[in-house]
Design a protein around this ligand. Structure first.
Ligand code: SF4
Ligand code: SF4
Length: 318
């Protein structure tokens, strides 16, 4: 498994207009005991190697007790077999916090707020943060999507990166989710094949091969970062590998695993060309995916428990 992207909390010190998962001050997060239960349901390292776990939010540094509890639990579970990475907006990163992150075996820090949606005060910290990160021997890498493969070659060097939702990146059009969708900021079109791109569902089932990443929002597991309208399972109650094996038995998830959501209805007699037509009419792949699940396969959706997605969940169809 290449990567587990884990949003441990949607609490954030900011409320950016483009935020795909509705992070904001006071938004829900796991409590430490729940984080421990999730970690216990991650893959057994003797069976499935996990290259990296990226902890994100919300703003993870706004809830340090939870973050450091999760990092300690992950290191306890995986030791040096899995790289631990943190994604932050950088606002609360200072020398004390950085040293604590490094002491908790974090090997990469992504400051993912360098775009026009974040406030000037955040962007203005870049130079200061660069000096701080480099003072601890960290070296610059590219965005996680561009360097994911090469990280492996880079071995155990401590790295950092600054990036954001800019036009040149795979997220430039913004996923049609959360505030990005409600505020009309997403420019996602039918030709934006999010499903087959980095962070999409392609290869999410291939945990023994290459290109497998899953997205965990609190304890809800999704095949992709844009998020299907409901999760595929609850990490509080089911091991991740069992969840993926369960999905692999169903043609809907096998189509998503190919990065071809237009094919997801074939087993019901909804042809790929019909999926392509609805994708064009609705505007992009992810809205077709929402329509398919809600209209044709609601029984496949997992009713999440204590970590329900709130207003992100089953966004009304337009
Ligand atoms: S985009 Fe990042 S910084 Fe902005 S509200 Fe969402 S999680 Fe917070
Ligand atoms: S089409 Fe569905 S599975 Fe694919 S990236 Fe979009 S929401 Fe995820």
């Amino acid at each position: 498994m290449d990567s587990i992207y884990w949003v441990i909390s949607r609490h954030c010190n900011q409320r950016c207009p483009h935020c795909y998962n509705d992070s904001a001050p006071g938004a829900p997060g796991l409590v430490p005991e729940q984080a421990s239960r999730c970690i216990a349901n991650l893959p057994d390292a003797d069976d499935v190697a996990v290259d990296r776990i990226i902890i994100s939010g919300g703003e993870v540094l706004a809830w340090p007790d939870l973050l450091f509890h999760a990092l300690a639990g992950l290191y306890d579970r995986y030791r040096d077999r899995t790289k631990l990475m943190v994604q932050t907006n950088g606002d609360l990163l200072d020398a004390v916090v950085l040293d604590r992150l490094l002491a908790h075996h974090v090997c990469r820090i992504d400051v993912s707020s360098m775009d026009r949606y974040h406030p000037r005060t955040t962007l203005d910290r870049r130079e200061h943060l660069t000096r701080l990160l480099e003072s601890r021997g960290m070296v610059e890498a590219g965005s996680i999507a561009r360097t994911a493969g090469r990280e492996i070659e880079a071995g155990r060097r401590l790295t950092y990166a600054f990036w954001g939702a800019t036009e040149d990146l795979w997220i430039g059009a913004l996923w049609p989710r959360g505030r990005a969708r409600r505020l009309g900021l997403t420019k996602a079109r039918p030709e934006d094949d999010f499903c087959a791109r980095w962070s999409g569902a392609k290869h999410f089932l291939d945990y023994r091969g290459e290109g497998c990443e899953v997205n965990v929002q609190l304890a809800d597991v999704y095949p992709c970062c844009p998020m299907t309208c409901r999760p595929i399972g609850d990490l509080l109650t089911e091991p991740l590998i069992a969840m993926l094996d369960r999905c692999a038995e169903h043609p809907v998830y096998r189509a998503l695993n190919e990065g071809r959501p237009e094919k997801m209805g074939e087993y019901l007699g909804i042809s790929e060309s019909e999926g392509i037509r609805r994708t064009r009419e609705l505007g992009n792949q992810c809205l077709w995916c929402d329509e398919f699940f809600t209209r044709h396969a609601a029984g496949l959706l997992h009713q999440s428990g204590v970590t329900a997605r709130g207003d992100v969940d089953l966004a009304p169809l337009r």
